[in-house]
Design a binder for this molecule. Structure first.
Ligand code: GTP
Length: 374
């Protein structure tokens, strides 16, 4: 079975962290999101995965090469290096990028398509089997959520037919609580319905029409699911994974914890991490490889990317800190902050809720209103 992972979005809602890496490579419990996905695809009988790339293509190629988890990896670029024919378009959108991958996917058998920014434990093989049995052109995996208004929402019949598909409806106009989980099964016939050579949104242009014409099936699944679209979603994904997969906590090779360090599970600490005395880490902290944490520090519900230094008596809550950043001593970073790669936060600085700091920025004074520091 072949799978396509849509991985070419800019991830604008996760800036400034996406200024320096694609969101599919953000670590979740210390492993890139895309690795969690590829691992699961390989376990679900997928033999070839096509990454539909656009933004930071070379980073993906360098990271995965031509093989991962026993699967063949191929790359479909939205824009070929000589993209003269597509002048004016920066990317192809979710539908256009599937059409662009047509040759790599082929017409022999049904295939899977996934949004690259979701974390789930759906059984892909089971979902695919249901689709193959139905003989429909397209199927969507559906997940039940409390607030469907941020997603594509469906009306589903008892025979698993989707009769209405509405993208981001107002809460009182949502036909149900079943949302598009960003996981699709398609027959190669789908290619006949996607226009070539232009930006196409599968959610806006194809699914609503397919639903009206009775061509769309939907299958609900149990289990966990979240996307990492916004910073709060990303932290949620990290908590979810720590709860579901790393329950007992994990300490990397050569991690050095000094006396009276308190680790509250669930929590993951990477390789070669140093934590000095009387620091309190967790719950829900993911500390990347080679991070150094000073004494008396407090880190909870946060993601710290590799090679960062957090100095003595600093408190970090509900925050994402990029790679190789330097956080001074007695710093307070409140929830909802994002610190870009290689940033430097000087001693005694307080960053209030919702401050974001661009990569390589030095912050010398406290910032007490939410803003982006460039
Ligand atoms: P935002 O800019 O924050 O909305 O993020 P995004 O660009 O990733 O958009 P969105 O979350 O809607 O994308 C859902 C999935 O589709 C993600 O895995 C994206 O990488 C992928 N995606 C979105 N647009 C494109 C595109 O034009 N081309 C390709 N190849 N993938 C895309």
């Amino acid at each position: 079975m072949k799978a396509v992972v849509l991985a070419g979005g800019y991830g604008t809602r996760l800036r400034p962290l996406t200024c320096t890496r694609p969101k599919m490579l953000f670590p979740i419990a210390n492993m890139p999101l895309l690795d969690w996905t590829l691992k699961k695809l390989a376990k679900n009988k997928v033999t070839k995965t096509i990454l539909a790339v656009n933004y930071m293509t070379d980073v993906f190629i360098k990271h995965y090469g031509e093989k991962a988890y026993g699967m063949q990896i191929a790359y479909s670029r939205d824009l070929d290096p000589d993209h003269k024919t597509l002048a004016g378009f920066q990317k192809l959108g979710t539908g256009g990028s599937i059409k662009k991958a047509e040759k790599l996917i082929g017409h022999e058998e049904p295939f899977l398509v996934l949004n690259g920014d979701i974390l789930t434990n759906i059984n892909y093989a089971e979902f695919m089997k249901k689709h193959e049995t139905s003989g429909a052109t397209a199927a969507i995996a559906l997940h039940e959520v409390e607030d469907p208004s941020r997603y594509g929402v469906v009306e589903l019949t008892n025979e698993d037919r989707i009769v209405q598909f509405v993208e981001k409806p107002a809460l009182d106009e949502a036909p149900s609580n079943l949302i598009n989980a960003g996981i699709y099964a398609f027959n190669p016939k789908i290619f006949d319905y996607i226009p070539e050579g232009r930006q196409v949104s599968i959610e806006h242009e194809i699914f609503p029409k397919f639903a009206e014409e009775g061509k769309l099936r939907g299958y609900t699944f149990q289990g966990y699911w979240t996307d990492i679209g916004k910073p709060s979603d990303y932290l949620k994904a990290n908590r979810l994974l720590l709860d579901m997969e790393i329950k007992k906590g994990k300490l990397g090779k050569n991690a050095a914890l000094e006396s009276e360090t308190e680790i509250q599970k669930p929590c993951i600490i990477g390789e070669n991490v140093t934590i000095k005395s009387k620091s309190k880490i967790g719950p829900y902290a993911a500390i990347g490889d080679n991070v150094i944490i000073g004494k008396g520090a407090l880190i909870e519900n946060s993601i710290i990317f590799p090679h960062t230094v957090i100095s003595d008596f600093t408190s970090i809550k509900g925050t994402i800190i990029g790679e190789a950043s330097m956080i001074g001593s007695s710093v307070t970073i409140e929830s909802g902050c994002i610190i870009g790669d290689h940033a430097m936060i000087r001693d005694n600085v307080t960053l209030t809720q919702g401050v974001s700091v661009c990569p390589s920025k030095e912050v010398k004074e406290s910032v007490l209103t939410p803003k982006c520091l460039m």
